[in-house]
Design a protein around this ligand. Structure first.
Ligand SMILES: Cc1ncc(COP(=O)(O)O)c(C=O)c1O
Length: 404
């Protein structure tokens, strides 16, 4: 008789965005004239840059000719893409990352969800609270998280590192030493960033304790302030303790095209075993490569024209972020994030719960955001807005919120 993976039964409730979707659908059905504005889910709205579209067309044409047709991609990604990533994303920033240390994939969600497979189920995991839910849920599915306690909103075998206004939304080094540490900067959901000195402390801590840092840099391209590290490999010793995830989704609007990559240094080991080799083995067995045409599109992001065009898109979204932050501050809200990240983290007024504020915003302003408590208990009394809307939607949403 077939049996299910009982670990899945430990997962609480429905996924945050399904709950939001259901509430919004119900409201829209009851109020068919309401013009609902979405500043909730982190999906982009600007079309793919012309340089990237050109590369896609050219690659599609190649697929139609016997001489240039491509079948399965190399397991770890095409050289043309891995080389340009190593050069532009890392070596140009002084990080000693080799093309062979880059594993091309169809996005960071899969990679940061799957990476835990190469580690023993006995590892103790530490996550920020609030957190991008994939890190916790993928460890629950693997049986590493223990049991969920609805009273605390926490799993019994996970170390939660609160990120609060008091610590500037950057976690402190945990007293109980974890084996695997998930960090994400610029952060989803808080929009916070980490200084190079603070990140260096984490790298030193991981090296001292034999821990591995799983560093999600999906929003790296939104950093504009000096002194903020774009990659964990800017820190000394990071190649001995860190894996880094990157995504083209928010950098270049690839949420629908799908492209990302993971960096695993050759020298990174756990119990003396190369993590590069384990991930290469996993990739070879369970993954057949991102499509050729999408990898060509990714390459075009690094061309001079491509870089300029995606920079303009990012500036557009950060213009939205600025508008939201300023508008809400004017309206009396306590707001953070939105400077080096496309997320704005606001404190709910008058100690309202995150879900009460969600309902108020939906019914009074017809604006949809994301309740902070959906990202973890320390997100209670907070609310996330994204800068990924169009300028018109963003302006209208802020004006409506000002009038609430
Ligand atoms: C922190 C973080 N990591 C990873 C991802 C997923 O990126 P991708 O679209 O490449 O799967 C997201 C997407 O919202 C994210 O917020």
């Amino acid at each position: 008789m077939a049996k299910v993976n009982g670990n899945y039964l430990e997962l609480p409730g429905s996924y945050l965005f399904s709950t939001i979707g259901k509430k919004v659908r119900e409201y829209a059905a009851a109020n068919p004239d309401a013009k609902i504005l979405y500043l909730g889910i982190g999906d982009v709205t600007q079309p793919i840059a012309p340089e990237v579209i050109g590369a896609l067309h050219a690659a599609v044409d190649e697929m139609g000719h016997a001489g240039t047709f491509r079948g399965y991609a190399p397991d770890l990604g095409y050289e043309f893409l891995r080389n340009v990533i190593a050069e532009k994303d890392f070596r140009d920033r002084g990080c000693d990352v080799l093309a062979e240390e880059i594993f091309v994939s169809d996005g960071a969600k899969c990679d940061c969800g799957n990476i835990q497979e190469i580690f023993s189920v006995d590892n103790k995991v530490a996550v920020c609270d609030p957190v991008y839910p994939v890190y916790v849920d993928s460890n629950v599915m693997a049986g590493r998280a223990g049991h969920y306690d609805p009273a605390t909103g926490r799993f019994s075998n996970v170390i939660y590192m609160p990120c609060t206004a008091q610590n500037g939304f950057v976690p402190e080094l945990p007293k109980e030493v974890p084996d695997l540490i998930y960090l994400c900067f610029p952060n989803n959901p808080t929009g916070a960033v980490i200084s190079k000195d603070r990140l260096q402390e984490w790298v030193d801590y991981a090296n001292k304790n034999g821990a591995v840092i799983l560093y999600d840099a999906a929003y790296e391209s939104y950093i504009s302030s000096p002194g903020i590290p774009h990659s964990i490999y800017e820190c000394e010793g990071a190649k001995d303790c860190a894996i880094e995830f990157r995504s083209f989704s928010k950098t270049a609007g690839f949420t629908g095209l799908r492209l990302g990559f993971t960096v695993i240094p050759r020298q990174l080991k756990a119990e003396g075993i190369s993590l590069w080799s384990l991930w290469a083995r996993r990739h070879g067995t369970k993954y057949n490569g991102a499509p050729y045409i999408i990898q060509r599109a990714g390459e075009a992001v690094y061309s001079e024209a491509g870089r300029q065009q995606v920079r303009e898109q990012i500036a557009y979204y950060m213009g939205n972020a600025h508008y939201i932050c300023e508008g809400l501050r004017e309206a009396g809200y306590e707001v953070s994030g939105g400077i080096n990240a496309p997320y704005i983290w606001l404190r709910t007024p008058g100690e309202m719960t995150s879900w009460d504020f969600f309902d108020k915003l939906l019914t009074e302003a017809n604006v949809v955001g994301t309740p902070g408590s959906g990202f973890g208990p320390s997100g209670e009394h907070y609310f996330r807005l994204t800068a990924f809307g169009t300028r018109e939607t963003t302006i209208e949403a802020v004006e409506r919120m000002k009038k609430m």
